[in-house]
Design a protein around this ligand. Sequence first.
Ligand code: AGP
Length: 622
Amino acid sequence: MCGIVAYFGNKPAQPILIEGLKRLEYRGYDSAGIALLENGTFQVTKSPGRISNLEEMLAGRHSPATLGIGHTRWATHGRPNQVNAHPHVDCTGKIAVVHNGIIENYATLKKWLLKEGCTFLSETDTEVVANLIGYFYQRNQNRNGQLAPHGCNRFEWAVQQALSEIYGTYGLAILCADCPNVLIGAKKGSPLILGVGKNEFLIASDAAAIVKHTTQAIYLADGEMVIVDSGGFQTKTLSNEQVQKELKEIEISLDQIELEGFRHYMEKEIAEQPTALETCLNGRVDLKNGRIILGGISNYLRELTRAKRIILTACGTAWHAALVGEFLFEQLARIPAEVEYASEFRYRNPILEEGTVVIAISQSGETADTLAAVEQAKERGALVLGIVNVVGSSIARLTDAGVYLRVGPEIGVASTKAFTAQVAVLAMLAIELGRRRHLSTDTVQNLLQELTSIPQKIKRILRQSEAIRQIADANKDRENWLFLGRGFNYPVALEGALKLKEISYIHAEGLPAAEMKHGPIALITDKMPAVFIATRCSQYEKIIGNIEEVRARGGKTIVVATEGDEQIKPYADYLIPIPETCEPLQPMLTVVPLQMLAYHAAVLRGHDVDKPRNLAKSVTVE
Ligand code: AGP
């Protein structure tokens, strides 16, 4: 995915665009650019690499322009280089565009535009959008020969004509060189927000780029466009019908998106987990009455309680949380559950019989595969709920109902506080359904008490950062690691492997510990750290046996164990003790040392922890 930002107001646009792009850099960072409209021409500056490269190119330039658009890219079509960087200008120089999304039919459109005499500089689908708008703008008629209606705004009309020919997804900000006081935004399948300030407007992919200037925003829906001019703004459909949109308060604050003294957002977000979880649980765990209150899905609790099957669908870290959810629903609520990769579910023509509830989990609420899986499930008539962090995101708006994580913006590409919060929400839901079905009052009360103790227990684990850094330092040059767990900690082994892979670029594999003897144990050497989650649990003795199998073959073991467990010590080359909790809630604790291990390994290996290579925070493309 990419980050787009646009400004129209009474201040110089350049510094505002750059600052906004920096707040969106986590969305993509292989190239960046801005276009300023000055005296009827576009001043376009683009650079490969990070936004700091773009800043260097702009050093010393202070444009008076108060209208401009900017973009930070995660390449989908065309290599990450200067030519393919956005903004893209059409071949007549009249239309400038920044885009987040994918134009599925860009090749067909490009072929036709080339035949019509348009020229192209880049390999991107976005340049096709610019040329298509420019084509209709110049000729003042559409492909069927219909002229632009008299008196209409030709720029706006050309945008509507072009977007009506496009299949795919877009969040767009568009300028026209002949319209120095007009900024157009349009949305379909990628997020787009209009920030409404005092005599100034910003359009952006998410609130992080807006909140410094205003907390009043309009969230565009798919198929809507916004036209901003010196008189204000109006929202319309692509078929030119006016749409009334209400102004909403942006819920994140600036300090939530600042580093606040941490070296990286990931470090900050790992450290935030106690307070983030407290916020996630706050008002939802009713200890007095021994129940859970999840207002967002209260109308569906009856249907959920009677569900014959729950399908959880997600990607990446959210999928690992979903796997914990599968175990929680089966063990606490005794409801059959299964987890599906969204990318597989969406193409598998799934059978969703009567009584199936689908739960989509997504931090960003914009992951293309998960969004498509939600659409599939809705088309098949299933009740679809969402567990999402970003308020107003596409998945949050598409599902029938849902639960927000409430952990604030997660900016580090490697998901941390969102994972623990996703597990917390799934645990709350499973406990509440269990209470309504068969769990005893005492069991529920004990679970709720334990749940509310988790944030403080995480705080105790965070104090081991230096000890964990030393373990990472001792093993940072090992190029292959194994992560092993059983039961509720098997998904945590997968998550620990993903964390290490995605930010330290070390190859890591997560496995159910018992699977070792079915092949992977052939890999064991003293150069391959085996990370075991061996906390006190129902399979404790079994996992001790797995550790012995590895050590008997010279393997080095890093063991996450329960505080005070003396029995485990002889089996651990490196030991990370964590507080005890009941088995179903252990993932919220056992994941924390693995997050820290990955973080320290990445820092020690000199990588950019928050913007790991080839990745983006939210994958809004297939
Ligand atoms: C997690 O660390 C990764 N950044 C990635 O796997 C992520 O979890 C996945 O892309 C899903 O994102 P979502 O939760 O925003 O849908």
